[in-house]
Ligand binder design. Structure first.
Ligand SMILES: *Cc1c(COP(=O)(O)O)cnc(C)c1O
Length: 369
């Protein structure tokens, strides 16, 4: 195992010439804040890409989620059901509004929110469910929709990790009542920092735009009838995003091809569980992830350390949010906790080469010798 081979990151953005051209055009135009053609084009085109009608772009994905929950008027006294195995922002955005995130366990098969656990967590205070499409694999939206309809709850998607993924042929982002995406630098497409709300609901889109824009109406811009936010995306961000969006199909295709390559090499390895791939899902593999089972013979952390010694970066799965200090209650969610302890994100960028994938797989397989 050679120490001096080049470093392979878990994630890195793919920035092309078009991004430079659009950003340069944006800067030269002088429209560098949140007014400008790129923001409106990006919102419209991303909404169309998601098979939705409206897009409201924001400064990052976390504020998109906060803005969405504020738009839906959820707050103190309301409960919002979230998976515990997710990035912390899913729960924080609920908490920012004064509403209470209620954590539920994951399904072993998909690593996503377990619909049966959702049904069991409903109380008279429950107002919404947030599905997260973890690492690029869609959650079981039909099962969640049935529960949401039965109990008259909002069904929201945190699709920050799953741009372009499909559930039974339909794009994520179009399946819930509204959805958010993130365009952070390591996401499937990026705007540096960035986010968006997409929805079919015109009134919500207008309300979200009003609230992210300091609570103003264009015909009377310094009269602010309500407490609101500045969560707007800049035209510079949107210029990057528009160029990325023009290449999104290609970026996803590369991730799927890379995942197939990993799957071919790793399928026979004892003690490795490969990423979920339900028949009804199209996974976009934001992160190509594996579980290190006991039969592998080394602990998850040992595997990570040995890969690191070979100059291969990995990440552990998220800590289940219910175990973090600000949410800790002694609650036990055994599947989320087990997945979190076994999971590794392997190098997953769309810049990854077949040679690099071979090196990661060779190194991983070598660990068992
Ligand atoms: C990345 C991410 C977000 C939002 O992230 P930002 O960095 O604020 O854009 C929200 N939820 C999940 C599940 C994420 O992975």
């Amino acid at each position: 195992m050679s120490q001096n081979q080049s470093f392979i990151p878990v994630a890195e953005p793919s920035i092309g010439d078009k991004e430079l051209i659009y950003v340069t055009d944006c800067l030269k135009s002088g429209w560098i804040s949140s007014l400008g053609e790129y923001v409106r084009s990006f919102e419209n085109q991303f909404a169309v890409y998601c098979e939705t009608q409206y897009g409201v772009a924001t400064f990052n994905g976390t504020v998109a989620l906060h803005l969405l929950i504020a738009t839906l008027n959820l707050g103190i006294g309301d409960e919002v059901i979230v998976p515990s195995l997710t990035f912390v922002a899913t729960a924080n955005a609920v908490r920012y509004t004064g509403a209470t995130p209620v954590f539920v366990d994951s399904e072993r098969q998909t690593w996503n929110i377990d619909p049966a656990a959702v049904a069991a967590a409903i109380t008279p205070r429950t107002k919404a469910i947030i599905a997260v499409h973890l690492y690029g694999h869609p959650a079981d939206m039909d099962a969640l929709r049935a529960i949401a309809d039965k109990y008259n709850l909002l069904l929201l998607e945190d699709a920050a990790e799953a741009h372009g993924a499909r559930y039974k042929g339909r794009r994520v982002g179009s399946l819930g009542d509204a959805a958010i995406f993130s365009f952070y630098g390591n996401k499937i497409i990026t705007t540096g920092e960035g986010g968006i709300i997409v929805t079919h609901n015109q009134a919500w889109a207008e309300r979200a735009f009003f609230l992210e824009n300091q609570g103003r109406y264009n015909d009377n811009p310094y009269f602010h009838p309500e407490l609101a936010f500045n969560y707007r995306m800049t035209n510079i961000q949107a210029a990057i995003g528009l160029a990325q969006l023009e290449r999104i199909d290609q970026l996803i295709e590369i991730r799927q091809r890379n995942a197939a390559h990993y799957n071919r090499r790793l399928a026979e390895v004892v003690g490795l569980t490969l990423p979920p791939a339900m028949a009804w899902a199209e996974n976009v593999y934001w992160m190509y992830s594996v579980l290190i089972e006991d039969e592998f013979g080394l602990s998850r952390d040992e595997v990570r350390a040995r890969l690191r010694a070979a100059n291969i970066d990995t990440r552990p799965f998220f800590y289940p949010v219910h175990t973090l200090p600000m949410y800790h209650s002694g609650q036990s969610l055994p599947i989320a906790e087990d997945l979190a302890q076994r999971g590794i994100n392997l190098p997953s960028a769309s810049t990854l080469t077949p040679e690099q994938i071979e090196r990661v797989c060779d190194t991983l397989i070598e660990l068992q010798r």
